[in-house]
Design a protein around this ligand. Structure first.
Ligand code: HEM
Length: 430
């Protein structure tokens, strides 16, 4: 039976859920999510400056909502949390759309599948197998660069921010010399809330200023990719850029806005996320020499390390959905048009599914985390992300004997894409 009165989350929990800094600090937000899971697993967030929304915090409910793509939609409202001021600005700039970028994650059926199918085969294991040697070459070069530092480095700046970037840009077809620009624009787009990553490098930004910077990053992305699309139409190559540039749906070429959005989602979703979980894996190994030694000696444990790093880090911290009709989730009545947050950080720390969830355990099994989402929008790049990480750690573990933290790592202040932004380490080469 659905309850009548809405379950409203206490103000201190609601304000943490919308606060980027809380995700940077990490432990506090995990505690708040634990309270929500135990006491109000589908709880209304009423936070100043934000449209009210339901925080879905239990693993089971996140799965239910994610898989019910007819009842919980991506197109009607923003799929990423933002203050009302930001939503209004987005509406104004786009001429009425809730989405700054129009991409796979903002589409519903049937359009979504038409677009997803255009590039899907590129990201499937069969195609990736043919790229494995190329990816291994990139991984080796990344480990070479790390070893060249002589024994200590910031793993994020030296390795994890660059390696997945290089891999996905190769698949997309962006020239190597433009990768720094892609990294900068992605960080500005996802890191608008973090003073170390936004355009102004400033703590004192209003939501409107944050949005303005994000919009500028999106504009720069669009400008760049429109040129790339024109180049690939004139001179097609064997890359994803060519597929998108020449895409036809129902006999019509796709619009410039849709093509730009497609490039942006592949370019941006394809590296910051994997960078974060790669750094998460290294962080865990640096804290636990015994686990490091075990995995170094037995590489059959690598897939477990990778999966646990993705769960433990949860690079994508939420996505939003909109209810298409009146319904019920976890005993709570939800009305048509209500906005829902899939709290992946919480789902991945739900003790109903993951015993001792804060512990990093590479041998955890089963490890049915929700870090890649579920349902028709489930991450298109999940096989690529796993492959890249497995290859990198295989190469790395061959070449270092031990690793430890050389300072305190910092997580990005962001409600959306998060994870380590610095990871100082010391290591002993083999
Ligand atoms: C969608 C996470 C790596 C491309 C998503 C979603 C999540 C996610 C949570 C939304 C799922 C949902 O709504 O149910 C991650 C994580 C990654 C990662 C944690 C790394 C550890 C990648 C990579 C690519 C990629 C390497 C490369 C292209 C995409 C795309 C979508 C997506 C295109 C939209 C799919 C759709 O809406 O149909 N990802 N991702 N991701 N991801 Fe990833």
């Amino acid at each position: 039976m659905a309850t009548i009165a809405p379950a409203v989350l206490p103000p201190e929990i609601a304000s943490a859920i919308v606060n980027p800094v809380a995700y940077g600090e990490w432990n506090g937000i995990k505690e708040k999510f634990r309270w929500a899971r135990d006491n109000m697993p589908v709880g209304l967030v009423q936070a100043e400056g934000y449209m009210p929304f339901w925080a879905i915090t239990r693993h089971e409910d996140i799965m239910t909502v994610s898989k019910d793509n007819a009842r919980f939609l991506n197109a009607p409202k923003s799929v990423v949390l933002g203050p009302i001021a930001v939503q209004m600005l987005t509406h104004m700039i786009t001429g009425g759309s809730p989405h700054l970028v129009r991409s796979l994650v903002t589409m519903d059926a049937p359009e979504h599948m038409d677009y997803r199918k255009l590039t899907q085969s590129w990201f499937m294991p069969k195609n990736l197998a043919s790229l494995e040697e190329k990816i291994r070459g990139i991984a080796r070069a990344s480990v070479d660069a790390m070893l060249a530092t002589g024994g200590s480095c910031d793993f994020v700046h030296q390795v994890s921010a660059l390696y997945p970037l290089h891999v996905v840009m190769q698949i997309l077809g962006v020239p190597h010399e433009d990768e720094p620009l892609m990294l900068k624009l992605t960080q500005e787009m996802f890191g608008g809330e973090d003073p170390d990553l936004n355009r102004a490098r400033s703590v004192e930004l209003t939501p409107e200023q944050v949005t303005q910077f994000v919009i500028e990053a999106v504009r720069d992305f669009e400008g760049y990719f429109m040129k790339l699309a024109a180049a690939r139409r004139a001179d097609p190559k064997d890359d994803v850029a060519t597929v998108i540039a020449n895409a036809v749906i129902d006999g019509e070429p796709i619009s410039d806005r849709n093509a730009a959005g497609y490039y942006i989602i592949v370019a941006a979703a394809g590296h910051d996320t994997t960078s974060a979980s790669t750094a998460g894996a290294m962080w865990a190994l640096a804290k636990d020499p015994e686990q490091f030694a075990r995995i170094k000696a037995d590489r059959s444990l690598l897939p477990g390390l990778i999966e646990e790093a993705i769960r433990w880090t949860t690079p994508v911290q939420h996505f939003m959905r909109t209810a298409a009709e009146d319904c019920e989730i976890g005993g709570q009545a939800i009305a048509k048009d209500d906005w829902l947050m899939l709290c992946y950080v919480s789902g991945n720390h739900d003790e109903r599914v993951f015993p001792d969830p804060d512990r990093f355990d590479a041998s955890r099994g089963p490890n049915r985390h929700v870090a890649f989402g579920a349902g028709v929008h489930q991450c298109l790049g999940l096989h690529l992300a796993r492959l890249e990480m497995r290859i990198l750690f295989d190469e790395l573990l061959d070449r270092i004997d031990s690793v430890e933290l050389a300072g305190t790592p910092l997580r990005a202040s962001s409600t959306f894409v998060g994870g380590p932004k610095t990871l100082p380490i010391r290591f002993v080469p083999s």
